[in-house]
Design a protein around this ligand. Structure first.
Ligand code: C6P
Length: 412
């Protein structure tokens, strides 16, 4: 993998921030986009802009073909059986909401039924299920974590053995705070043994790890385009065909119908049954280009590169005894930490981030949309987080460590 060659595709990396060359370590929030993705989007807008599935004129057919081709590319990327199993949404959040409300509307979840999530979940895989709990009396069970930030599989088994009516297990593949990669094959096995539907939040795994939905054997897999070089406003929900056929769509209107009378509606074929209204056509085409870009590099190479960076960052951070790092040693390229003061309280992560920003280094701070994880497990209000991607280098990590080192004498 030629990182220097890859970097040339990302003009934003040339930017100077506060007089310093940008070091972009905020990839878990959103990645940068290569020229190839921006070009694919602008080609659509400049040369064959038209609505899809609605015209027989040349432009509409070209746009339809490109949009459908993007579904096919994504299907291949995650090893889905066909594009019928690939629904384009706005993002992971919308994908999970689609699952939640389609299951409820279809009567797959009723009062007294149970859903299992975990304490490490992002709000996107927590708040929609809480709505079912609060409004429709669905029971919500939360799996605890082990001390090192891995999922407590014994606790999951305990819940599945004890509770009779568990209908859904919905767990993240990789944590946006701890970097933990969950054993989704094992979790899926346990869920299916119970007869439950298995939903995976893949927002932090699809950009970084080769995904094979058949191998995971999940029923749903949700992810976002903008974290994997694609445009914002485009996301994916993979669903097993037989389940998608059976469920009712919750977003309704144009394009998702086959026939409408004043009394009755029949739905369009998959995946359009779940894509109501005019789609984010340019976004879908851009996502297709992003997937093509990643495939050229090879997802195994992407993962190897990031794990190397994460291991290097962890070893360098260990040199700084005033830094507390959260999460297990085996992880994807996400490192959350706090700078500890002499009084054992963390220095505000926002102060740490603004000092890094002065040196052109972009990281994220706060609770990363995982407040229960911070409050009930980490015991801190927030953390600072560096997250890596294909264009990041060890040298950038060295610069990051240099700035952090200076905090010992300057800030504490
Ligand atoms: N996490 C982060 O900085 P959306 O916003 O819908 O594209 O993705 C939501 C989401 C769901 N699950 C996980 C594990 C995630 O990490 C995210 C997004 C970003 O950590 C923004 S909060």
């Amino acid at each position: 993998m030629d990182t220097q060659k890859i970097r040339r595709d990302f003009p934003q990396l040339e930017r100077k921030i506060n007089g310093e060359r940008l070091i972009y370590f905020d990839n878990a929030a959103t990645s940068l986009r290569p020229k190839q993705v921006v070009d694919a989007v602008s080609q659509f807008y400049l040369h064959y802009n038209a609505n899809i599935h609605r015209g027989i004129h040349t432009l509409s057919m070209e746009a339809t073909e490109a949009y459908e081709k993007a579904h096919k590319k994504v299907a291949q990327f995650i090893n889905a059986s066909s594009m019928e199993e690939v629904i384009f949404t706005r993002n992971t959040t919308e994908s999970i909401n689609l699952v939640v409300f389609s299951l409820y509307l279809s009567g797959k979840l009723k009062e007294g039924d149970g859903v299992v999530i975990s304490l490490m979940e992002h709000h996107s895989n927590m708040v929609p299920w809480q709505l079912l709990r609060d409004k429709f009396k669905i029971k919500l069970h939360v799996v605890n974590l082990n001390e090192d930030g891995s999922l407590n599989l014994n606790h999951l088994e305990e819940i599945l053995n004890k509770e009779e009516k568990i209908k859904v297990v919905s767990i993240m593949h990789a944590s946006n705070v701890l970097g933990t990669v969950n054993d989704v094959r094992k979790i899926g096995e346990l869920a299916h043994r119970k007869g439950a539907i298995f939903v995976v939040d893949g927002a932090q795994s699809a950009p970084h790890i080769k995904i094979d939905v058949k191998d995971i054997d999940c029923d749903f897999f949700a992810f976002s385009g903008h974290k994997m070089l694609g445009p914002t406003g485009i996301g994916v929900l993979y669903g097993k065909k037989e389940i998608l056929e059976e469920l009712e769509p919750f977003l309704r209107g144009g394009d998702m119908i086959w026939r409408v009378t004043l009394d009755k509606v029949t739905f369009n074929k998959l995946p359009w049954k779940y894509e109501a209204g005019t789609s984010n056509i340019a976004g879908g085409i851009g996502l297709g280009a992003a997937v093509g870009y990643l495939e050229k590099i090879g997802m195994d190479n992407v993962e190897k590169h990031e794990r190397k960076l994460a291991t290097y960052a962890l070893s360098r951070l260990k040199e700084l005894n005033f830094i507390r790092v959260y999460g297990p040693s085996e992880r994807i390229g996400v490192v959350s930490f706090n700078v500890m003061q002499k009084n054992e309280k963390p220095l505000s992560p926002e102060v740490v981030a603004s000092i890094l920003d002065k040196h052109g280094i972009a990281i994220r701070t706060g609770c990363h949309c995982a407040q229960p994880l911070h409050n009930d497990f980490l015991g801190v209000r927030g953390t600072a987080r560096a997250s890596f991607y294909i264009y990041n280098t060890k040298e950038e990590i060295d610069s990051f460590i240099d700035v952090l080192s200076s905090l010992k004498s300057n800030a504490l």
